[in-house]
Design a protein around this ligand. Structure first.
Ligand code: ADP
Length: 363
């Protein structure tokens, strides 16, 4: 079997879908959990606002509740700083809102890439109020000089400002209100040791179970006021990469499909058709995943193949493979990562054969 990259239309899941395309811009990558502008509205509509609505991650929730309770008992206006890590769309932002809620505190939200210089951080910190939660998303991407400003802020609630330059430079120390930093990252390894060490506790958010995904989809359907058959809930859950943001996005797509092609109710067969239309197979793999599997199997004889080579062969960015495709492919047992590179498992061969044999044009 010879694979020609980009030869099979896999990059164009919308081809032949004029009916939907004309009404709505269907994104090419429905299962990439990285938030886009389109997600902002959906995220905020569907974001749980109470602990009971936050499905799963039981251990993390329990631990955080204990931390909050203990701080309240001590009469502390803030918590030890918390670091949340896990893939995009797994619930880090939602959790930070719930933490603030539990503390009865306000939350200020910012992200690593928007802190380009120390002054950006200084202005955020000086605008905080006692007890505030500062949510710093993608904290591994904060500017390095700004990161140094963060150390004394986290440790002693002090801001060290350097005024002037060269030998005449002076350092001024400003007291900051006592705040709680909740950092979030998808790449724990990219956080420097000094920053990481200043967090009092680190929590990892993992993929959700099938049952948890089903609960999330039922709740979201309820909020969106769409009728959905139980079998359709199961199907969407199976294909949502065990990631709530992906599930919500798929639900919305399937709902749109049901409105255009059906009566509006999400029945099992409509869900199946919509998911096939989106080129998501039974294992929850999308064209990008299958392209990677095919490359490992066909171009590199099952591997091992290094990240750089794989990225070049599939025209994907290394970062995308690392953050989006690979965690799920590994979790589902399609590829294994060894120190010599990625290896395709037996399951990959079987799956590629199946989607081929089915002739459902999913490749
Ligand atoms: P992250 O910050 O990790 O990228 P978010 O917290 O923004 O993820 O989650 C994306 C969306 O997924 C939220 O708006 C919410 O609707 C849904 N979600 C995330 N975690 C949960 C959960 N545990 N229970 C229910 N819905 C969730």
């Amino acid at each position: 079997m010879v694979v020609k990259s980009n030869s099979n239309g896999a990059d164009a899941p919308n081809s032949g879908s004029s009916e939907l395309n004309s009404n709505e811009s269907v994104k090419s990558d429905p299962v990439d959990p990285t938030p886009t502008e389109e997600d902002e509205e959906l995220d905020s509509t569907l974001r749980p606002t109470e602990w009971d609505e936050y499905v799963g991650q039981e251990k993390v929730k329990e631990n955080i509740k204990v931390i909050v309770k203990a701080a309240k008992k001590r009469g502390d206006p803030h918590l030890e700083h918390l670091l949340l890590y896990g893939g995009s769309g797994l619930g880090k932002t939602t959790l930070s809102h719930l933490i603030a809620e539990e503390m009865g505190a306000n939350i200020k939200v910012t992200a690593g890439p928007s802190i380009e210089r120390p002054g950006d951080l200084a202005s955020i910190l000086t605008n905080l109020e006692e007890g505030d939660v500062l949510f710093l998303d993608e904290c591994h991407r904060i500017n390095k000089m700004a990161e140094e400003v963060m150390y004394p802020a986290m440790e002693d609630f002090k801001l060290h400002l350097v005024l002037g330059r060269g030998p005449m430079a002076e350092t001024k120390e400003i007291d900051l209100p006592k705040f709680t930093l909740v950092g979030a990252t998808t790449r724990l390894a990219l956080i420097s040791a000094p920053l990481r060490n200043r967090f009092g506790a680190t929590f990892r958010l993992g993929f959700y179970s099938q049952e948890e995904m089903e609960d999330i989809i039922r709740r979201s359907a309820d909020i969106l006021e769409v009728e959905i058959e139980e079998e359709a809930v199961v199907k969407i859950a199976e294909r949502s990469r065990f990631t709530p943001r992906v599930a919500n996005r798929l639900l919305k797509r399937v709902r749109d499909f049901a409105q255009v092609k059906g009566e509006g109710k999400i029945e099992a067969d409509i869900a199946e058709k919509a998911l096939t239309f989106l080129e998501i197979d039974e294992e929850g793999l999308e064209p990008g995943d299958r392209r990677i599997l095919k490359a490992v199997v066909d171009k590199f004889d099952g591997g091992p193949v290094g990240l750089k080579t794989l990225a070049a062969a599939t025209s994907e960015q290394e970062r995308t493979i690392l953050n989006i495709y690979e965690p799920y492919l590994i979790q589902r047992g399609f590829i294994e990562r060894t120190n010599r590179g990625r290896i395709a498992t037996e399951k990959s061969y079987e799956h590629l054969d199946e989607v081929d044999i089915d002739n459902r044009k999913l490749l």
